[in-house]
Design a protein around this ligand. Structure first.
Ligand SMILES: Nc1ncnc2c1ncn2[C@@H]1O[C@H](COP(=O)(O)OP(=O)(O)OP(=O)(O)O)[C@@H](O)[C@H]1O
Length: 322
């Protein structure tokens, strides 16, 4: 059987007294996009850098393409592409020259010019790295990670700070890599990106895996009823009218509808959840609608929807700032 792209088991990484990774287990398949999600400081970068062989695990086991990233680093180097958060490009290197140099280290590279064009960097090819915009630097680092036709790429926040055009170009490139059989392991803070791009999501918190699965597996089983109403909605009274398995919670400011004037107070978003997903159905909609009608409340945008990955993420990792 072909080995996984990455297999990490009970991984531990410490920096002095800080335990950044505390027994983390995850796997990433070949020909698939695996997204590592987690709040700031959750241990994503430490995990990725350990898998890349830049850091030594204090305990646990990591296999990358079936090999040990520390002991087998020479064998892995030509097979694994790495995009670092910090770029990793010498500041004086010109974009095009740098990419050609990286390509020259590989036996069958992609044409550097084709990659520069794909990522909108042709006009910046003669510009030194330090003079590139932040987004151009990101894209050059991505190009350098994939130019050698790796079997596996690690991308640490590949679209952080990119404009929508560059983000879409990056997504297209990542999807193509996956479709051609490359394993992609990326970290991101953009839930929409993970939902759209990832085949497998690993949610990490406090150095451990707290949930893993396909985005749809993590969100499908969680329907809820949502609506917007005034901030002072009497949630206790509405809650009392609901079946015992259901409860209502405030989900924060719902904002204004497009075109709605600033003169009107922003609405608050509410969610009614039930212990079992089947509990969120027509009867619950009717109960909420009837209560609203009897109490002079106009529930805007009343709908039953699947929870977003962001909802699931916040539920699992909490709302406290890290
Ligand atoms: N080189 C280091 N020396 C000491 N502590 C470190 C080092 N790198 C990371 N840490 C600490 O380890 C923990 C995990 O950091 P890590 O960068 O792995 O998290 P992360 O999930 O990638 O965070 P972010 O989303 O902010 O990039 C944090 O508490 C961080 O302060």
């Amino acid at each position: 059987m072909e080995t996984a792209a990455v297999e990490a088991t009970d991984l531990v990484k410490r920096y002095g007294a800080t335990t950044a990774v505390a027994g983390l287990t995850f796997s990433a398949a070949r020909g698939a996009v695996t997204a590592l999600l987690g709040p700031n400081g959750a241990g994503k970068t430490s995990t990725v850098e350990t898998c890349e062989g830049f850091r030594r695990a204090d305990a646990g086991r990591v296999r990358v393409l079936g090999l040990d990233p520390g002991a087998d680093s020479a064998a892995l180097k030509p097979r694994v592409g790495v995009m670092l958060q910090s770029g990793g490009v010498p500041t004086g290197a010109r974009a095009g020259e740098w990419l050609r140099l990286v390509a020259s280290f590989h036996a069958h590279p992609v044409s550097p010019d084709v990659l520069l064009e794909r990522l909108g960097l042709l006009s910046a090819a003669a510009t030194p790295f330090r003079r590139l915009s932040g987004g151009q630097q990101q894209r050059l680092s991505l190009a350098a990670a994939v130019v050698g036709r790796p079997e596996l790429v690690f991308l640490d926040e590949p679209t952080a700070g990119l404009d929508p055009q560059a983000r879409h170009a990056t997504w297209d490139l990542i999807a193509e890599l996956r479709d051609s059989g490359v394993g992609v392991v990326l970290t991101t803070h953009y839930m929409e990106e993970a939902e759209r791009l990832a085949d497998h999501v690993v949610i990490i918190d406090h150095g451990r895996t707290v949930a893993a699965g396909a985005p749809s597996e993590l969100t499908d089983s969680r329907q809820e009823l949502r609506f917007r109403a005034d901030a002072d909605l009497d949630t206790a009274a509405l809650g009392a009218a609901l079946p015992s398995a259901a409860r209502i919670e405030r989900r924060g400011e719902g904002g204004r509808e497009p075109g709605e004037g600033r003169g009107r107070a922003p609405r608050t978003e509410y969610a009614v959840t039930a212990e079992a997903c089947e509990g969120v159905g027509p009867e619950l909609v009717a109960t909420v609608g009837t209560w609203c009608a009897a109490n002079g409340v106009s529930p805007e945008g009343l709908r039953v929807q699947r929870r977003s990955l962001e909802d699931v993420f916040l539920e699992l990792t909490g709302r406290d700032l890290r």
